[in-house]
Design a protein around this ligand. Structure first.
Ligand SMILES: [Zn+2]
Ligand SMILES: [Zn+2]
Length: 279
């Protein structure tokens, strides 16, 4: 398992902060989250976790949410109130582990619907952000939470460990081969640049990419056959040795917005966008 925030978290953060003016409000929250999450890693609740019991995630999630997410993202009164209600409502939900077989994107959708229904208006994008960050951290911190490798996960368009389709990748080494990274468990695996990881399309005229001005490091690789996109970071031009792709992803959410505006959907089925509630 790769940690959620690689050792290059700070360097990647500094780099994104320098490049992208809009990263400031999100960046500040991320930094706090990084500190808070590290404390939680060393907390009693994890040490006492009985690794033989399942479901681990469902049991740890509300605690993690209250102790790590809530303090960081309650930066204004309205958000604090909405998150409090969200956390309180969570106690009433019968959360089950969002294993690969229960499909995380669908699980997230259910959570969003419950949140919209039960709480003060809380943006779905914001729910995606806070819940996906929590899940990524929990899966990587608790060994027992590691998903079983599902049968049929041999095709490399999905993560070989947990079977989820990727949301981002990096172009690495001088040859620029494409290295996928699982947003959930952090696994890396190589995948050819000339094929759509989601539908297997490999005709060059069906595949392409675009970039956004001043964000050329982030390429939106799209496929005309399935209309899906994958974010690919050309990290070769960066001075960072092991850039933290999660940070780069959150610093370039505007690319996700533009991909949606162009009619593409995320091949990961995870809708991360600029979230209004952060304003
Ligand atoms: Zn994975
Ligand atoms: Zn495709």
């Amino acid at each position: 398992m790769h940690p959620l925030w690689t050792t290059a978290f700070q360097e990647t953060w500094d780099d994104c902060r320098r490049r992208y003016v809009d990263f400031k409000p999100v960046g500040e929250r991320l930094k706090e989250l990084h500190c808070q999450a590290r404390q939680w890693d060393q907390s009693e609740s994890l040490l006492q976790e009985d690794h033989l019991k399942t479901p681990v995630i469902a049991r740890q999630f509300p605690d993690y949410f209250k102790r790590v997410i809530l303090p960081v993202f309650s930066q204004n009164e309205a958000t604090a109130l909405a998150l409090d209600e969200f956390a309180e409502a969570m106690d009433q939900w019968h959360l089950e582990d969002p294993g690969v077989e229960t499909r995380i994107p669908q699980w997230l959708q259910q959570l969003q619907q419950q949140a919209m229904h039960l709480c003060k208006p809380i943006q779905p994008d914001f729910v995606t952000l806070i819940v996906s960050l929590s899940l990524a951290h929990l899966y990587r911190s608790i060994p027992a939470a590691k998903p079983e490798t599902p049968a049929g996960a041999t095709q490399s368009g999905v993560c070989p460990v947990c079977g989820l389709p990727p949301h981002f990748a990096a172009l690495v080494e001088t040859e620029g081969y494409r290295q996928m990274e699982c947003w959930l468990c952090g696994e890396h695996w190589p995948f050819t640049r000339l094929e759509c990881p989601y539908c297997g399309e490999h005709h060059p005229e069906k595949l392409g990419y675009f970039t956004v001005e001043k964000m050329e490091v982030c390429r939106i690789h799209f496929c005309h056959s399935c209309q899906a996109y994958l974010k690919v970071f050309d990290t070769r031009s960066l001075a960072l040795k092991d850039p933290c792709l999660w940070v780069m992803h959150l610093a370039t959410l505007i690319c996700d917005d533009l991909a949606a505006a162009e009619g593409y959907h995320p091949g990961s089925e995870m809708e991360w966008h600029q979230w209004m509630v952060m304003e």
